[in-house]
Design a protein around this ligand. Structure first.
Ligand SMILES: Cc1ncc(COP(=O)(O)O)c(C=O)c1O
Length: 445
């Protein structure tokens, strides 16, 4: 049969995050109890005023401007200008149905090969490859908490040059999904200098930037709204994580006010006009409130961060006590342990890769977590990629939507004011993890 889809598209697979959802649903249909640590979907109750604004706008059915509603672009510009201490005009902002399509579009329209830190969020690699671009991994090491060093940048760059291609794009993501790492100001400086000196456009994905456990780290960013054409940094962010509204599909990109930045922004607008047209109208109108710097929204963001910090911190401590190789998360809602201390036992059970381990945990222990290989980790590589799993804590709060709204606001308030909180599903996840490790300890080697 002749090709139906073209060879590049034929390489696309369902995203591993969506795939694991299907595995969990399947296991649950079979009557099995599965704790879902596989999907990074924030599930706190949406801030009341944002929810109300969405309801009030539900009769708004017109297409919105391609760049996004002006008041929303102003709200996003103001929010980030406050956070970063730089000037940002609403004209620098483009709103889209999620930051994912914006990242997809950026990889598509920009020229040159791409540098990506390893490990990285599951969707970047397929997006880059689908855009017909070469990808070169910037290796990071768990020993220094996945810091990007000049050496690792140079090594990836030279690998590309030796293969006859020139990297022109780099993407970083801090706080990182999957590692939970927040890059230091020094690390950001190193990356910026490296990109500037080689004419590399830097995309900084800051979708988790509100969820930095150390408040002072929220302002660390590579984006400086520079008018200088010798350096181009583009920031992306959105509504999905801090505001628990992934399904509303609102994301944004902020471009520098330089002539290069303008050129890229205009090209993205043309792309958007031919592809998604605009983000949903009610969601955009509600987002004006979400990105507001009002006292109520600042408190909401603080309580969201406090609860994520509590939950990831507790999971981290237990994983460490269980003898896993794990670093303390600094932001986001992920913990990234390695089961490598139990390699011998795992091998005895016929488990040789992070994907094998992930499947075993779902099947035998009722725990779903994404394998490191989904984040570009090389199972056989020298950098301890083997047996790493990304555990998302975002589904550990509520059983369903009713519980989310019945208990959620109080839970957020209690945690923000330092009161004790009870998270039964977290405790259940911990029990399952203890059982899993117990199973491994009992394997004779
Ligand atoms: C690192 C990172 N970037 C971007 C996104 C995309 O988010 P959205 O398209 O909902 O804005 C996600 C979602 O999981 C993510 O984890």
């Amino acid at each position: 049969m002749a090709n139906v889809v073209n060879p590049i598209a034929a390489k696309l697979h369902v995203s591993p995050t969506l795939e694991i959802n299907e595995l969990v649903s399947q296991a649950r249909k079979e009557g099995k109890r599965v704790i879902h640590l596989g999907f990074g979907e924030a599930t706190f109750p949406i801030a009341r005023e944002v929810l109300q604004a969405h309801q009030d706008a539900s009769n708004e059915t017109s297409y919105m401007p391609v760049a996004g509603v002006e008041a929303l672009r102003a709200s996003i510009a103001n929010f980030n200008a406050n956070r970063l201490g730089v000037e940002i005009s609403p004209d620098q902002v483009v709103v889209a149905p999620g930051s994912k399509p914006l990242l997809f579009a950026l990889f598509d329209i920009l020229d040159g090969a791409v540098l990506l830190p390893r490990p990285s969020w599951v969707s970047y690699e397929p997006q880059v490859l689908h855009a017909g671009k070469r990808l070169f991994w910037v290796e990071t090491d768990p020993v220094d908490r996945h810091t990007i060093t000049e050496l690792s940048l140079l090594s990836a760059y030279h690998e590309a040059i030796v293969e006859g291609v020139v990297p022109r794009i780099m993407l970083i993501n801090s706080p990182s999904n999957p590692t939970g790492r927040v890059f230091s100001a020094d690390c950001i400086r190193t990356i910026k200098e490296f990109c500037k000196s080689r004419g590399i456009i830097l995309i900084t994905d800051e979708i988790y930037s509100d969820i930095c456990y150390d408040e002072s780290q929220k302002e660390i960013s590579a984006f400086d709204s520079s008018k200088d054409d010798t350096e181009t940094v583009i920031l992306t962010g959105g509504l999905s994580k801090t505001y628990s509204a992934g399904g509303w599909r609102v994301g944004y990109a902020i471009f520098p006010p330089s002539s290069k930045g303008e050129l890229i922004r205009k090209t993205i607008l043309a792309y958007a006009s031919e592809c998604w047209s605009a983000a949903s109208a009610p969601a955009q109108l509600a987002s004006i409130k979400a990105f507001s710097t009002s006292q109520a929204m600042c408190s909401y963001r603080q309580s969201v961060t406090a609860l994520h910090r509590y939950c990831t911190g507790r999971l981290y401590s237990v994983l460490k006590e269980l003898g896993l190789d794990v670093a303390q998360p600094e932001g986001g809602f992920y913990v990234y342990p390695s089961f490598s201390p139990y390699s011998a036992q795992l091998n005895k059970l016929g488990i040789f890769t992070s994907a094998d381990l992930s499947a075993w945990l779902i099947r035998e222990c009722g725990l779903a977590a994404l394998p490191g290989s989904a984040f570009g980790e090389d199972d056989d590589g020298p950098l301890y990629g083997r047996f790493r799993l990304r555990m998302a804590t975002s589904y550990l709060y509520f059983q369903n939507e009713v519980e989310r709204y019945k208990k959620g606001y109080t839970l957020l308030e209690r945690c923000a004011s330092g009161e004790e909180v009870q998270l039964p599903y977290l405790e259940e996840a911990i029990e399952s993890l203890k059982n899993a490790v117990q199973k491994l300890r009992s394997v004779r080697i």
